[in-house]
Design a protein around this ligand. Structure first.
Ligand code: ASP
Ligand code: MG
Length: 353
């Protein structure tokens, strides 16, 4: 069993899309145990959804520009894919149905001038619903599964947090039986989207959260590998836009990858490491546009041949360093609680102390 996640940069154009379909086909032949494919929204779509929803909540009708752009991008991907060949009726009709649904929801936000987290989550879910639907239509014989039926969140103090035990149980109850009842061994599911345990409402795992969906599935099904397909060759030693000499790191331990992710590397959504690390499942970061590149393997094994003390350097921008000093603080009970409480009250996340 293999779990493969394809990011938005792999799906937004015909070259990427045809590589993705090729990679899935090869994996389905090689892996008799089944292949679960998790997809992000096409590149840039989630940003457009957030922008459009924001405009609608202020009563600004130009939210239609964002929805039109979303429509245009999906239509042009499909048109480029088929070229002069006939397009299956179900594909275009399905895409248009999802977009019409989306347009009504955003119109509702415009009328109400109210954008709750729930509405925003529902609106954002359409990016992944569209990409998963399109890919299912294009990968012959593939099965579609709605991640909202098995990735379950619970609201704790206003934040939707995954219930990993329940989600893993539901994944085990959904995916293997789905594969068992079909001759196909490919299941395609949208990443990033989930549902609330009590209300059943659509929730999301946070920006970049598709990796987490894939990791939960890989962990629950004890997959042989979790592959994250993106547009770079793996974890690089540094941000190549800052350090042009940066090169791919062949192997990292889970702990090293966690450090790089928590401190600025964008390759992997940080919570994605734990669900697979627990079962010793390796994560392979691969380049959709360069599939023969070995990429980066993240596992529990340290590469003792690699003598470098420092594996990579990451950075976080737009960060404030706050220094609180004063002799009157010494021995005063509760001073740290007051500092951190005021930061929390203002929604400021402290990532390093
Ligand atoms: N589409 C979502 C985002 O842009 C989730 C993801 O790409 O992983 O944040
Ligand atoms: Mg990502």
């Amino acid at each position: 069993m293999k779990v493969m996640k394809f990011g938005g940069s792999s799906l937004g154009n015909v070259v990427g899309l045809s590589n993705v379909i090729d990679i899935i086909r090869k994996a389905s032949v090689a892996d008799g145990g089944g292949v679960v494919v998790v997809v992000s929204a096409l590149a840039g779509i989630t940003d457009l959804l957030v922008e459009g929803a924001g405009k609608a909540s202020k009563g600004d009708m130009t939210y239609n520009d964002e929805i039109d752009e979303i429509t245009r991008r999906h239509h042009s991907l499909i048109n480029d894919w088929f070229g002069s060949r006939d397009q299956p009726e179900t594909l275009k009709a399905g895409v248009d149905r999802l977009i019409e649904e989306l347009r009504s929801i955003v119109y509702g936000v415009k009328l109400l001038r109210d954008l709750s987290t729930h509405s925003l989550d529902l609106i954002c879910s359409y990016g992944e619903l569209l990409s998963a639907f399109i890919l299912t239509q294009l990968v012959e014989g593939s099965l579609e599964a709605d991640a909202r039926t098995f990735v379950i969140t619970e609201n704790r103090r206003g934040t939707d947090i995954v219930n990993p035990e329940l989600s893993e149980q539901l994944i085990r109850e959904t995916i293997p039986p789905l594969l068992a009842t079909s001759s196909s061994n490919v299941v395609i599911t949208p990443g990033f989207i989930s549902s609330d345990k009590i209300s059943g409402r659509t929730t999301t795992l946070g920006r970049g959260g598709s990796d987490y969906t894939a990791a939960l599935i890989a962990g629950a099904l004890n997959a042989d590998v979790l592959e994250i397909w993106t547009h770079v060759n793996g974890f690089l030693t540094a941000d190549p836009e800052v350090i042009p000499e940066a090169y791919t790191i062949p192997a990292l331990t889970y702990a090293e990858a966690t450090e790089l992710c928590n401190f600025g590397s964008k390759v992997l959504f940080p919570p994605s490491i734990y669900p697979v690390c627990r079962g010793g499942i390796p994560i392979r970061i691969k380049n959709t546009y360069n599939p023969s590149e070995p990429g980066t393997v993240i596992s529990g094994e340290r590469d003792y041949n690699d003598r470098r003390q420092i594996k990579g350097v990451s950075s976080i921008s737009d960060t404030a360093l706050i220094t609180v000093t004063g002799v009157a603080m010494l021995g005063v009970i509760g001073i740290n609680r007051r500092i951190f409480s005021s930061l929390a009250e203002h929604g400021i996340s402290v990532f390093m102390v």
